[in-house]
Design a protein around this ligand. Structure first.
Ligand code: SAM
Length: 321
């Protein structure tokens, strides 16, 4: 099966990242290599792109796509939460930009055998790295009703979370839920018919929630963005694309925290907290896709791009500053 994923806001990302020949960029969510290819075209000649992804199938696709760039590209399997240790062996002298294109690829979502899809039946898996961790089936069959309701509520913002958890627990008493199709039927039974007729597919929120829990998607975003900013060369850029409000909130708050710096009361003559602003936020409001892109790729509709530039370190705050 070909790798199907249309990268979002490519033109915007490339321009905000300030890609120039000779640049060194890290794509922390390489996927099929769509953004990476566009970056490589801009940083050629002399540039270097390191692509990271936790999904071996994505890496295979990216390797094929990026082969023409030869030794300008390095591809590694890993989780971006380990950014510093993944990059350490490269002994990079500078890093001009980082990309985080968060969440899952269309390829992952639409491959029935990966178990992310509520539209097509498949094993209830949802692991981005199929060699690691618990599957969605493990969670659905193993967690308590309260824990399931909590996940569906918190990560899916699903108003019927409690009922869905209750129905899952009832259903698994008969037999374990092993397929996406079985889970979809349980969710449909749990959501009252009137509510099911409105809005998106009734299983969308629960599937999003389980996917986030299985892959521990949200907890590593903020620490990884902070690690990226530490590693950036002053003036280097950090671009993060999010696809739902939970992700965007984390990106926004982390950018603000990195931009804030000293939090000492103004009457103190010297800084005692030692915090310095590390990032200049370049996008006051997040950038969204153009209407042309939305027509071509409706999946881009919820995408938001935020970009910051690494600030040079100021060694100390002067009295009266
Ligand atoms: C939206 S897709 C990226 C698509 C890519 N920008 C492109 O142009 O094809 C997100 C990718 O990030 C990967 N991913 C998600 N969380 C990750 C993590 N914590 N560490 C490494 N890769 C991750 C997923 O496996 C997926 O391939």
């Amino acid at each position: 099966m070909d790798f199907k994923h249309e990268p979002v806001m490519v033109t915007e990302l490339i321009s905000w990242l300030n890609c120039r020949p000779g640049g060194v960029y890290i794509d922390c969510t390489l996927g099929g290599g769509g953004h990476a290819q566009a970056i490589l075209e801009r940083i050629s000649p002399g540039g270097h792109l390191i692509g990271i992804d936790r999904d071996p199938a994505a890496l295979d696709a990216a390797r094929r796509r990026l082969a023409p760039f030869k030794d300008m590209v390095s591809i590694i399997q890993g989780n971006y939460r380990d950014l510093k240790s993944l990059l350490a062996p490269f002994k990079l002298e500078k890093i001009d930009g980082f990309v985080f294109d968060l969440g899952v690829s269309s390829h992952q979502l639409e491959s029935p055998d990966r178990g992310f899809s509520y539209q097509q039946d498949g094993p209830l898996d949802m692991r981005m790295n199929p060699q690691e961790g618990q599957t969605a089936s493990d969670l659905v069959n193993g967690l308590s009703e309260d824990a399931l309701a909590g996940i569906i509520q918190k990560y899916g913002e699903e108003r019927w979370a409690k009922r869905i958890a209750q129905f899952i627990v009832q259903a698994r008493r008969q037999k374990p839920l092993k397929t996406t199709g079985q889970l979809v039927e349980v969710i449909k039974a749990a959501i009252p018919a009137g509510a099911r007729r409105r809005g998106p597919h009734p299983a969308r929120r629960t599937f999003q929630a389980l996917r986030i829990a299985v892959n521990d998607e949200l907890n590593s975003i903020s620490p990884s963005l902070k690690a990226a900013v530490e590693l950036l060369t002053p003036g280097g850029r950090l671009g993060a694309i999010s696809f739902h409000s939970l992700e965007d909130r984390i990106v926004k708050q982390t950018f603000r925290e990195l931009a804030r710096g000293c939090t000492c009361p103004p009457k103190l003559p010297v800084c005692v907290c030692g915090k310095q602003p590390q990032l200049q936020i370049l996008t006051r409001r997040p950038i969204g896709p153009t209407s042309g892109e939305l027509e071509r790729n409706p999946r881009a509709r919820s995408a938001k791009l935020r970009v910051g530039a690494k600030l040079a370190v100021v060694l100390k705050r002067e009295v009266g500053e």
